[in-house]
Design a protein around this ligand. Structure first.
Ligand SMILES: [Zn+2]
Length: 488
């Protein structure tokens, strides 16, 4: 097989994708990494700047302790070893939105090394090595669409603290790469170090991709793919770049080591301009900052204060609540949702019912309004109270859904809504008997066949009684009453 005339997909079948990811994460600090400027997103352009982040002569950086704290928290959550001493370095390159002409980063002595991240569950579980986690600062932002023919520079972002999380080339498909990103994003959310919002740029992904013949062990020449700003963008960019490399290799050509940019609109990767691809950064230790020395007790303290991480929480939800893996995955998707479910489950003491309501009505209500669970009007206690009313038969299951919708609308408690809307279930024997007798009288043919032993008509008759009562009759009692009629 020469492969020359093969479709790209056929060529790809003979090769294996090898992917390592570099993820930049904006840390959720109040101030910037090396000055006291406000780090809040969304301020008017260039408001959050000072001599340090504008690189005015004589301004000296001072390291933000909170940034170190959050960076350590992330490194420890990823199982890394935090170095007692790490060193800041200058990464020199010229760029319009980088006023200093260099970025303060870490190079040969980074904050942390050698962690791991588990992706997938059960048989599909794999471990991806984390090479390193280092601290650095963000650059500013070039804005190309504000003034015709000119580029505007916003330096609010210059100096925002970042961590870069570099993985080993352990992933073998674009799907695994996305699974890694999803698992990483979830951990960062659980430990609350970042907004992890890809659209706002607080989580940015670059990928190193290479292709090698299936069965080969040596790594092929890699390219770096940048500019992917969504999970689906990562998936499509990796597939496109892998396919491009496979076709080259199959023709006996070489893959050139270069930086590629993903163009989501055209669904293609193309080489970056040579300036962007230049990797000659001439690193040297930052003379204005001393080595970062971390005392062991502080590292231990940060490790000890880590919350329960997603994997541990999924395992515990399985043990404590006996829920199915797919349900657990939904309920633990975000720490806030997991906490909401858990509070409701504890108060109501029926985890399965709580789980069903949270996954059903609660998520539907949130999706409908694009709201976050953190600001959701119905507290776990209010939901638990509604579920209590369903369990003790005060409201029927279908009436409870109506009560829930009104609770979302008004913020009122379940009891008041059910009472006012006449949704409290009728269990009064006299009233139920009257409805049953009316239905039997109005449908003599069905009533006769039912009395003669045609038991499958029970459901039909219960339905008629429910309709007559406008859904307020307790279906269990109606069932009983009708069965008694059939027997008597
Ligand atoms: Zn500043």
């Amino acid at each position: 097989m020469t492969g020359l005339r093969d479709a790209p997909a056929v060529a790809a079948a003979r090769y294996e994708m090898v992917v390592g990811l570099e993820v930049h994460v904006q840390l959720r600090t109040h101030t910037k990494a090396f000055c006291s400027c406000d780090a809040t997103y969304g301020a008017p352009p260039n408001v959050n700047t000072c001599p340090v982040c504008l690189a005015l002569p004589g301004a000296l950086p001072a390291l933000n302790r909170e940034a170190v704290h959050l960076a350590m928290r992330a490194a420890l959550a990823l199982g890394c070893t935090v170095n007692d001493v790490s060193v800041f370095a200058r990464k020199n390159y010229f760029y319009p939105d980088l006023p200093k002409g260099y970025q303060i980063s870490q190079y040969d002595r980074p904050l942390a090394l050698a962690g791991r991240l588990e992706i997938g569950d059960g048989d599909a579980a794999r471990t991806v090595g984390i090479t390193r986690v280092h601290m650095e600062e963000d650059a500013g932002k070039s804005i190309h669409d504000r003034y015709p023919g000119a580029t505007a520079i916003d330096l609010n972002r210059a100096g925002i603290p970042l961590i870069e999380i570099v993985s080993e080339p352990d992933m073998r498909s674009s799907t695994e790469a996305v699974a890694y990103l999803a698992a990483l994003k979830q951990i960062l959310e659980y430990i609350d170090v970042s907004d992890v919002n890809m659209e706002e740029g607080s989580l940015r992904v670059d990928a190193n991709v290479s292709a090698r013949r299936r069965g080969a062990t040596a790594l092929g020449t890699k390219t770096e793919v940048k500019n992917m700003n969504s999970f689906s963008g990562v998936q499509r960019a990796l597939d496109a770049e892998f396919q491009r490399q496979c076709v080259l290799l199959d023709r006996g050509e070489r893959v050139e080591q270069q930086t590629m940019l993903w163009d989501g609109a055209r669904d293609e990767v193309r080489p970056a301009r040579s300036k962007e691809a230049s990797h000659d950064y001439r690193y040297f230790p930052e003379p204005d900052l001393p080595p970062l020395v971390l005392e062991r007790p502080w590292i231990d303290e940060v490790r000890a204060e880590l919350p329960e991480l997603p994997r541990a929480r999924r395992a515990r939800f399985g043990r404590d609540y006996g829920l199915a893996a797919a349900d657990i995955a939904v309920l633990t998707a975000s720490p806030a949702l997991a906490e909401y479910f858990e509070s409701a489950a504890k108060l109501h003491r029926d985890p399965k019912a709580a789980a069903n309501w949270v996954m059903g009505e609660v998520l539907a209500a949130l999706n409908a309004t694009n709201e976050s669970i953190r600001s959701f009007r119905i507290t776990p206690a209010a939901l638990a109270r509604l579920l209590d009313l369903v369990r003790d038969g005060t409201v029927s299951h279908s009436a409870a859904k109506r009560v829930f919708a009104l609770m979302v609308e008004t913020g009122e408690p379940a009891d008041r809504v059910a009472e006012r809307e006449g949704l409290v279930q009728v269990r009064d024997a006299d009233e139920l008997t009257r409805w049953v007798d009316e239905v039997l009288a109005e449908h003599p043919a069905e009533a006769g066949r039912f009395r003669a032993g045609e038991t499958k008509l029970l459901g039909v008759l219960v339905g008629m009684v429910m309709k007559k009562s406008k859904g307020r009759a307790d279906p269990r009692r109606v069932n009983q009453l009708l069965s008694e009629r059939a027997g008597g």
